[in-house]
Design a protein around this ligand. Structure first.
Ligand SMILES: C[S@@+](CC[C@H](N)C(=O)[O-])C[C@H]1O[C@@H](n2cnc3c(N)ncnc32)[C@H](O)[C@@H]1O
Length: 671
């Protein structure tokens, strides 16, 4: 099955669906005691509400079994019934009496979602056709039919164990004893439903952009297939001004296509299904990231698009059991972005300019080990040293011990392993700086060390944003990733300005910083817009995108190399010296750089001359730290505003990220 556009979607950033309610969802294990299991909001500790026992409406004693909590009486009364009658309550009770039962299943999140989904099916009726229940496919059959492979065996093992646990919980709910685990072979329904969760559920992102739990939606969302160059993305609505009460399918701009039998069984019951059991929980809206023609398939991504083809394919295979043949994956020669991300574009200093598969695997293993050790031991300093050694490449003194495949090897700055390293390094340097400043807040030489560490963290955030921007110019579906990285970069730069010695300039003077640019810069113009108001858009987002991107590039292109130089000047790290400007990788001479998104459908046939320089506004405002301060603040403000603009395209103007940016800018009086 697949979903197609019912009309031309001419613009980017258009909602393609109404707010789709989930049919089942559950909070992740790690948030059970800190967030509400009904609306996913953080709990206000003195006022957390346990579930109500459905038979007598009394609160279930939260000390009797490890349980779930709600933020209000309303949330508790909405969800307690499902919590109890799905068997979720009994699952907790079984785990409490037999903790080892979870041996092969590390978390209960998928199992609890599956119990709730199965409970929904019990209430709604098991509409099944062509191997589906209520239209949704399960991956169990696919995994069972595949030839033996360790990874698939592991997934199948998890499904079997999870299915048994679900069956035990449901037997207990139905009056059976919790007792010792009974081996039964007839857990097929539970296994199929758990397989449906693994195949169709999505991770719910909360306001702070962290993974809060998972949710499964009806076919309007679950029938959307994957592409590595998708034309749509999605966002979650947990609450807020955008949330509407009623199910409104008049806003649906996509329709199902595929197997007629499945369509007939399913489509007639959809509104009942959507108004059904789950009138609460995280809603989801699908949004265009490229113009889409009537009848064209609408696709989202199921995987990280900054990975090279082989890794994307392997991840999709192991989780969803399909081999991706989308245009990006099957392009020959590989697309510009894949050429950069994968081995063939890596720099090998000796004879060949390609990485061997062996060398890449070796480096991947080493990086995985370094990151696992960091997550386990929490030593950011050691992690930074080790990762930077990999980025710097294997030099003469190290070579004797190294396998020949690594000799004279240096990672290309846009290689996917480099990008993964920047992500970890940016955050590890920041944590290292925070730890140090918390320990020795008043010692002068530590203040300067903290400042140097913060500079390096900001440099990695900028590099990450610059690299992603370069890739985004040829693959516009990277827009959500680019939005996040520009916002991270902007925030790290403004934090840096705040930590510059206060005697040189008071914070108040920075309020004038934006004025220098205000008269000409389109990003600054956007500051006057109300978030959430589409009236602010005078023209199509595609054309607004061209203008704002040009304005952004014009505003930052002069200042970027200066700030970059300041960020890396005292850094002994020779890797940085290869990068003169983190926005310009054309000098690397590896592959010519793409034209501004022209290669993508995003801009259609727009004349590239519109990518002009609108305002070059950075003057030398004096010397020394004040000048740097002004430059860094200008760049930081522009990065934040550009990230905010990209986020408004892919997530809507009212999204959490945009509120976050505005708080950073207004509450801290940068603007
Ligand atoms: C969430 S479902 C999408 C809807 C699905 N096509 C259906 O008929 O129900 C995910 C499954 O769809 C299939 N699928 C999604 N995207 C695909 C793609 N690009 N190529 C091949 N199969 C894909 C895979 O079987 C995957 O496990």
């Amino acid at each position: 099955m697949e979903m197609r556009a019912v009309e031309d979607i001419e613009d980017i950033g258009e909602d393609l669906t109404h707010q789709i309610p989930p049919i089942a969802f559950s909070l992740s294990d790690s948030f059970l005691h800190s967030h509400c299991s009904s609306c996913f909001h953080p709990l206000n500790n003195p006022n957390k509400f346990p579930p109500l026992h459905p038979n007598n409406s009394n609160p279930i004693d939260p000390n009797s079994i490890p349980s779930i909590f709600y933020c209000s009486q309303i949330c508790s009364s909405l969800d307690s019934y499902t919590h109890f009658f799905s068997g979720e309550f009994h699952l907790f009770s079984i785990i409490q009496s037999q903790p080892n039962i979870l041996s092969n299943t590390t978390t209960t999140t998928d199992i609890r979602t599956a119990l709730r989904l199965l409970f929904f099916f019990e209430n709604f009726g098991f509409l099944s056709s062509n191997g589906r229940i209520c239209g949704l496919l399960s991956n169990i059959e696919k995994f069972e039919n595949e030839d033996d492979d360790d990874e698939e065996d592991e997934i199948l093992g998890r499904i079997k164990d999870g299915g048994r646990l679900m069956a035990m919980a449901r037997r207990m709910r139905d009056g059976g004893v919790s007792g010792v685990y009974e081996l039964k072979e007839d857990n097929l329904v539970e296994e199929i439903v758990l397989g449906q969760v693994l195949m169709n559920s999505v991770e719910v992102q909360g306001d702070e952009e962290c993974y809060l739990g998972n949710a499964i939606y009806g076919p309007n969302f679950s029938w959307i297939n994957h592409s590595c160059s998708p034309n749509a993305c999605y966002r979650f609505l947990l609450s807020g001004s955008e949330l509407v009460k009623e199910y409104d399918d008049s806003k649906l701009r996509i329709e199902a296509a595929g197997d007629e039998t499945v369509l007939k069984t399913w489509v007639c019951d959809e509104s009942k299904f959507n108004n059904g059991i789950c009138g609460y929980g995280p809603r989801m809206v699908v949004r265009s990231t490229k113009p889409i023609k009537k009848g064209e398939e609408v696709c989202i991504t199921y995987t990280d698009l900054l990975q090279p083809t082989a890794i994307r394919r392997s991840e999709l295979w192991s989780k969803y059991c399909f081999y991706c043949c989308c245009l990006r994956c099957s392009s020959s020669p590989p697309t510009y972005i894949d050429n950069l991300l994968q081995e063939s574009a890596s720099v090998h200093l000796k004879e060949s300019n390609t990485y061997s598969k062996e060398a890449c695997e070796e480096l991947t293993d080493r990086m995985d080990d370094i990151i696992s050790e960091y997550l386990l031991v929490g030593n950011p300093k050691s992690c930074c040293v080790k990762l930077e050694n990999i980025l710097k490449g294997f030099q003469e003194e190290q070579l004797k011990e190294e396998p020949s495949s690594l000799q004279n090897l240096k990672l290309h700055p846009l290689h996917h392993l480099s990008i993964n390293a920047y992500i970890v390094l940016a955050s590890a340097y920041k944590i290292h700086a925070n730890n140090l400043s918390a320990l020795h807040s008043e010692i002068d030489n530590h203040i300067s060390e903290v400042f140097e560490l913060s500079k390096t963290s900001a440099a990695y955030y900028i590099l990450l944003a610059g690299v992603t921007h370069h890739l985004f110019l040829s693959e516009s579906s990277l827009i959500p990733v680019a939005a996040h990285f520009w916002i991270n970069a902007g925030e790290s730069l403004l934090n840096l300005v705040r930590s510059l010695p206060p005697k040189t300039a008071g914070l108040n003077s920075s309020s004038k910083i934006s004025d220098k640019c205000r008269s000409k810069c389109m990003l600054m113009d956007r500051l006057g817009y109300d978030l959430g108001s589409d009236l602010s858009r005078s023209k199509s987002r595609r054309f607004e995108f061209i203008d704002i991107t040009s304005s952004f590039l014009a505003c930052v292109s002069n200042i970027m190399p200066t700030v970059w130089h300041f960020l890396i000047d005292t850094h002994h790290h020779c890797y940085f010296k290869y990068i003169k400007d983190p926005m310009d990788f054309s000098l690397l001479g590896i592959i010519s750089s793409p034209k501004l998104i022209e290669s993508q459908t995003l801009l259609g046939n727009t004349d590239s001359s519109c990518v002009h320089r609108r305002c070059i506004i950075f003057e030398d405002t004096g010397g020394g730290v004040d000048k740097q301060r002004s430059n860094i603040a200008q760049l930081g403000i522009h990065c934040l505003l550009y990230g905010e603009f990209l986020a408004s395209i892919c997530y809507s103007s009212d999204c959490y990220l945009n509120k976050y940016v505005r708080n950073l800018l207004f509450d801290n009086r940068w603007i």
